[in-house]
Design a protein around this ligand. Structure first.
Ligand code: SF4
Ligand code: SF4
Length: 100
């Protein structure tokens, strides 16, 4: 069996809410903290799905749609900017781990 790279594995992640217009964010990020007082912006480096990025104005941007629910940002952010809750699979949210 071929050994897959991280990006190849991420490409296999199957999102339950893919294509849904009523997708609900399971992570909230207070980007005023990111931009105003965060000394390291570490989540822009550690998120494997690149959900945290820095734009051309050096502002942190966050999008939840590609999140693979690894939980790393919840523990990495020491500034109190991240609110994290598991998506409710019963309502068709979150990802299917069996293909990832
Ligand atoms: S570590 Fe926390 S405060 Fe800093 S950029 Fe990431 S989410 Fe924002
Ligand atoms: S839970 Fe993991 S994949 Fe999702 S936004 Fe946080 S670090 Fe990125």
């Amino acid at each position: 069996m071929k050994k897959l790279s991280i990006s190849e594995r991420l490409g296999l992640v199957n999102y339950r809410n893919q294509g849904r217009t009523e997708a609900i964010a399971h992570i909230d990020v207070d980007t005023s903290i990111c931009d105003g007082m965060c000394p390291h912006q570490c989540t822009t480096f550690i998120c494997p799905a690149k959900c945290y990025t820095v734009d051309e104005y050096d502002r942190v941007q966050f999008q939840f749609e590609d999140c693979i629910e690894c939980g790393a940002c919840l523990y990495a952010c020491d500034q109190g900017a991240v609110t994290w809750r598991y998506p409710d699979p019963e309502s068709g949210r979150g990802i299917n781990w069996s293909q990832g």
